[in-house]
Design a binder for this molecule. Structure first.
Ligand SMILES: C[S@@+](CC[C@H](N)C(=O)[O-])C[C@H]1O[C@@H](n2cnc3c(N)ncnc32)[C@H](O)[C@@H]1O
Length: 137
């Protein structure tokens, strides 16, 4: 068996481009309590705790680093009414998260950015809170 690639595009691009089979979403709902094509181990209850600790509210500007298809950033934006920028090097993840925020009616509070946490394309003080789950940048 060959070792997993360290290139996020090689690892995740196809996965994020494919729409998840109903059975996978069902499994995700059962295990994590989410339906974002989440790609980690963070549960909805843990995301709730993160959002509460960050004191997110309407007007807060949240950055989600390594957001994949948008979890937990989009979930937190919906739950707390804040705006969110999701950032991931994988373009298909950014597309998936943009589709999801449109579907959820929060597209006007969401910006999907393709980039790396190691070289952030933002000015200082652009965000009030940063979240990253199951990602090491
Ligand atoms: C295990 S997935 C978790 C995705 C998402 N947070 C979730 O819970 O579904 C890790 C993510 O980190 C992203 N990633 C890898 N290197 C990164 C970097 N340098 N900066 C930002 N994101 C990165 C990958 O593309 C991948 O989407």
């Amino acid at each position: 068996m060959s070792p997993a690639s360290n290139d996020p595009n090689e690892r995740f691009s196809d996965r994020y481009a494919a729409s998840a089979a109903a059975a996978l979403i069902e499994a995700e709902l059962e295990v994590l309590g989410t339906d974002y094509q989440a790609n980690g181990y963070t549960t909805r209850a843990e995301a709730d705790e993160i959002g509460d600790r960050l004191d997110l509210r309407s007007g807060s500007r949240l950055l989600d680093l390594g957001s994949g298809c948008g979890f937990p950033g989009l979930y937190l934006a919906q739950r707390h009414g804040c705006s969110v920028t999701t950032l991931d090097p994988v373009a298909s993840g950014a597309s998936a998260s943009a589709r999801r925020s449109d579907r959820d009616g929060i597209g006007d509070r969401h910006l999907a950015v393709i980039g790396s946490g190691g070289d952030l394309p933002f000015r200082r003080h652009a965000f009030d809170a940063v979240v990253h789950v199951d990602v090491m940048c």
